[in-house]
Ligand binder design. Structure first.
Ligand code: PLP
Length: 400
């Protein structure tokens, strides 16, 4: 279906559960959380209840899990990079990750058995900062490449963690291929947040790392949501969170909707084609939602999303801008949420579907009404402050 630049497709959940779901169980999530909580920076991020906004929009309630508070890094991504690096070290040493909390990871014993490692990755900003942060904490090296057009502030934040970080002239997916070649040439460890043929172990650990966020939300929610909205680039975050909730709730999992920018809607295209193939988007992937500007789905994530998710929506950029302004300017009684472009996309979609008369069919398709309790994840704060002000102060990317 298509309306006012929004496109969407609804799918039946498969009767048969994907085998991958076993890797996103509550038990696995607790193991991941034990690892994260061994870092002194660990604290659950807040789950913000926006009841006044919910009332205004005509739904029962709206909860936003606010990852701007994660480890002081302004985004959720460090959860994945840190758990993957921890799991890689555990594997190298032949130990269980439960035996390798942070204090042991930085011990002389571990350092002398492991040796010096260099971790390399591609990022639009948040993932690379998480990898650089982890390498820095563990006194190892990180090398980070960023696609063309990445924000200067995000580059500087990665360098501030002691990593070697550079901008390229390529888009995200081509930069990933480039870093993968460099890793092979130099014997470095590639820590990429997407899988491809022959490279699945680290991406799976990264996805599992994101489950800490889902587990916290599950424990913080005062009621079971009816809807979960998840933004997606390659789909690792969405796959992990969907996998967790499909595991814990089983057949009564809330209606889950995957949200992407129209310029990089590879999961929407894959869902719409429904032909058993992954469908890529090539070219510049020109969207303000930099974290979601990925044109090639993570095949592991698709195994989960393709079977368990109920809807896929492709949105114009003004959706995210709208979400940023709404979250940054709360109604009396609600808390303010500072959300970056990728972070605000889902609240933006919910608000657009409920407020824009032209999107009635979308609202109906998403089954949003006065009984809806919605859960969204603000996956980043103002990680590009100049653009945040352009949008929230100056009204850039207004509705059409
Ligand atoms: C802030 C933010 N939100 C969401 C995502 C999407 O994650 P994924 O690429 O796993 O779909 C990213 C990815 O970089 C991000 O930085």
């Amino acid at each position: 279906m298509e309306q006012a630049k929004f496109k969407w497709v609804l799918r039946e959940r498969s009767q048969e559960k994907p085998a991958r779901l076993a890797e996103f169980s509550e038990q696995q999530a607790r193991k991941v959380q034990r690892f994260h909580s061994s870092f002194k920076e660990y604290r659950p991020t807040p789950l913000t209840e926006l009841s006044q906004l919910a009332r205004d929009l005509g739904i029962k309630n709206l909860f936003v899990k606010d990852e701007a508070y994660r480890f002081g890094l302004n985004a959720f991504k460090v959860l994945g990079g840190s758990f993957a690096i921890g799991s890689y070290i555990a594997q190298q040493l032949g130990e269980d990750i439960d035996a390798l909390p942070y204090v042991r990871l930085i011990s002389d014993d571990v350092r002398s058995r492991l040796g010096a490692k260099t971790f390399i990755t591609t990022t639009d900003g948040n993932h690379g900062r998480g990898v650089a942060w982890t390498a820095n904490r563990l006194r190892q090296q990180a090398v980070v490449y960023m696609p063309q057009g990445s924000a200067a502030e995000r580059l500087e934040n990665i360098r501030a963690e002691g990593a070697r970080a550079e901008l390229t002239e390529m888009n995200y997916d081509d930069t990933v291929r480039y870093t993968s070649e460099l890793a092979q040439q130099n014997g470095w460890v590639i820590v990429q947040d997407t899988a491809w043929e022959g490279y699945t172990e680290i991406p799976l650990w990264i996805m599992q790392g994101y489950m800490t966020m889902a587990l916290e939300a599950y424990e913080q929610l005062p009621v079971k949501p009816t809807h979960i909205f998840l933004q997606a680039g390659v789909g690792s975050l969405a796959g992990a969170v969907q996998g967790f909730f499909a595991s814990v709730y089983g057949d009564s999992c809330p209606l889950t909707v995957i949200v992407e920018p129209e310029k990089a809607d590879c999961l929407y295209r894959t869902a719409a084609a429904d032909d058993g193939q992954l469908h890529n988007v090539a070219g510049k992937l020109d969207t303000i939602m930099a974290g979601l500007a990925c044109g090639e789905p993570n095949s592991i994530a698709w195994e989960i999303l393709g079977s368990c998710s109920d809807g896929f929506v492709s949105c114009p950029d003004h959706t995210a801008a709208q979400g940023m302004r709404i979250l940054g300017n709360p109604l009396a009684g609600d808390m303010k949420v500072v959300a970056g472009e990728s972070g605000a996309a889902t609240v933006g979609l919910v608000a657009e579907a409920l407020r824009d008369e032209r999107l009635k069919a979308l609202k109906q398709a998403l089954q949003l009404d006065e009984n809806s309790v919605v859960l969204c994840f603000n996956t980043e704060g103002d990680t590009d402050k100049a653009n945040y002000r352009r949008i929230v102060w100056d009204g850039a990317y207004g509705r059409e």
